[in-house]
Design a protein around this ligand. Structure first.
Ligand SMILES: Nc1ncnc2c1ncn2[C@@H]1O[C@H](COP(=O)(O)OP(=O)(O)OP(=O)(O)O)[C@@H](O)[C@H]1O
Length: 235
């Protein structure tokens, strides 16, 4: 078993003729959290979509747990222990809370136990299992999204801008659930964030993406990191 959960080597990708990511290289050690920060339109979502196989890589390589997964279909990654919490339109509004959560597992076995685990942090999920997901508040829908991604106890979790529009108490709860899962399981996380405070509170390492390139990277506990990141975001 590789001690590197995710390794991206000189990845280039985009939409048709328009290249968005250029030679992006990143690495996540098993059990660690990497936060990717960057301004709007810098290629963060494109990076996640390419890693997940929704967009083809034009060049470069994506490895997970030592295996080359470049070009592997998204549903096949789920079978390898990869979960994805996308930025938009990711819950099924006409399905109930229960039905949305069941989509996070490949079968019904272990459903109740998984629900108990995530409901420690998001009790409303257990209390409102029959409610249509589209009638939950925006913050509750985001919590549902993270809970669904965690149902299968993934080895690698990719989260796209989960804190956008959330009140601080919900952000705190998300920090709580991620810390608990990180402590209990050998979970590795790739986090896309604009909320630098959230990113630094949960991540081990960071990378700044600007115009499709990694322009800064390092450990979050290095001196002055918040300032370095803010400077990049201000440019
Ligand atoms: N489906 C698409 N077709 C063509 N261009 C796209 C498509 N999706 C995104 N882009 C372009 O790719 C670039 C990067 O977009 P991306 O969504 O990856 O940025 P981002 O860093 O995630 O931004 P945000 O924080 O606003 O979500 C942008 O210029 C965007 O217009």
């Amino acid at each position: 078993m590789s001690d590197i959960a995710l390794e991206i080597d000189r990845l280039t990708s985009g939409y048709g003729q328009s290249m968005v990511l250029r030679d992006v290289s990143l690495k996540i050690q098993s059990g660690q959290v990497l936060a990717i920060v960057g301004k709007n339109g810098m290629g963060k979502t494109t990076l996640l979509k390419t890693i997940m196989g929704f967009l083809p890589a034009q060049s470069g390589r994506i490895c997970m747990f030592g295996a080359d997964v470049t070009g592997v279909q998204p549903h096949r990654l789920a079978g390898r222990g990869v979960a994805y919490s996308p930025q938009d339109q990711a819950i099924f509004p006409d399905f109930t809370v229960d039905e949305n959560l069941r989509l996070g597992l490949s079968n019904d076995r272990g459903y109740e136990r998984a629900l108990d685990r995530v409901a420690v942090f998001f009790p409303f999920l257990a209390q409102r299992r029959g409610q249509r997901a589209g009638t939950l508040s925006g913050g509750e829908q985001k919590m549902l999204l993270v809970a669904r991604a965690l149902m299968s106890r993934p080895r690698l979790l990719l989260i796209d801008e989960i804190t956008e529009g959330l009140q601080p108490s919900v952000v705190q709860r998300l920090i709580g659930v991620l810390r608990a899962e990180l402590a209990a399981f050998d979970l590795s996380v790739l986090l896309i964030e604009q909320n630098v405070g959230f990113a630094l509170s949960i991540a081990d390492r960071y990378a700044v993406l600007a115009r499709g390139e990694v322009v800064a990277a390092g450990r979050v506990d290095a001196p002055g990191v918040a300032g370095v990141i803010q400077n990049h975001l201000a440019v």
